[in-house]
Design a protein around this ligand. Structure first.
Ligand code: TMP
Ligand code: ASP
Length: 234
């Protein structure tokens, strides 16, 4: 597969065209941003770790019946993926309350929800990815009713699988963000699942092992990401 021109550069990844219309190459960068790009930095080897973590998780989800964009791990920073059109709706699942929801709703930090909370956000940096509901998504033509139904079904299944998967590795899956894409008429899981897009707390100590270490200047960001990868490989 030949890597051709760059199609898109995001905050953490670059997407390249290939000589096949239905394949992209995704390259993971070390750049780190938070608060919609207000805080900028870089974490040594973050791209290498996230590429590996996301490849491992997508391969597992695919094996368990979730359709994904993942095709293969190419090298330390690159993956071959299906060329999707990203649905401009971010999906967040929260098992425990922390982060933006505690400020928005006045909930106690660390509260365990009675059932997982699913939120949709409109993927629009100019407006800070605002929360929307399904009516906005349909009315604004961001996704159809049947696409939203599939997205919800896959998201809850992924949550169930990943809670167990991470528990086995001594990690609590607090919350995470997913993105889906359109590919040949289907909705498939896209983007990445990594310590950039999940909150993962050590089950014993509640130590944060994810991007909150960067967001909140907690230190040892690289070490925490590498620890997550190491636990996944066991
Ligand atoms: P939040 O508490 O800041 O809304 O974040 C919820 C989850 O979504 C958390 O696991 C981090 C993830 N997330 C992203 O992956 N990208 C984003 O742009 C934001 C705001 C959150
Ligand atoms: N990904 C977002 C940003 O780049 C927000 C975050 O992850 O906190 O700013």
């Amino acid at each position: 597969m030949e890597k051709l021109e760059m199609l898109y550069e995001g905050k953490a990844k670059k997407v390249y065209k290939t000589d096949k219309d239905d394949r992209y190459i995704v390259e993971y960068k070390d750049d780190a941003t938070a608060f919609n790009g207000l805080k900028k930095g870089s974490v040594h080897d973050k791209g290498v770790v996230n590429n590996k973590v996301s490849s491992i998780i997508f391969a597992i989800l695919e094996e368990k019946g979730i359709p994904t964009h993942f095709i293969s791990y190419l090298n330390e920073r690159e993956q071959l993926v299906k060329a999707v059109e990203i649905v401009p709706v971010e999906v967040i699942i929260r098992n425990l309350a922390t982060g933006s929801i505690i400020k928005r709703l006045g909930i106690e930090d660390g509260l365990v929800f009675k059932e997982p909370v699913l939120e949709f956000c409109y993927k629009n940096d100019d407006f800070n990815d605002p929360i929307i509901n399904e009516y906005h998504a349909k009315a604004m033509n961001l996704a159809t009713e049947s696409e939203l139904a599939k997205i919800k079904e896959y998201t809850f299944k992924i949550n169930d699988m990943l809670i167990e998967f991470f528990k086995d590795k001594g990690l609590r899956l607090v919350d995470f963000k997913l993105e889906f894409g359109r590919y040949k008429g289907d909705i498939i899981l896209s983007d990445e699942i990594s310590p950039d897009t999940c909150r993962l707390w050590d089950i014993e100590t509640n130590e944060k092992m994810d991007k909150d270490r960067f967001r909140k200047d907690l230190g040892n960001v690289e070490e925490a990401y590498k620890e997550v990868l190491q636990r996944l490989n066991i």
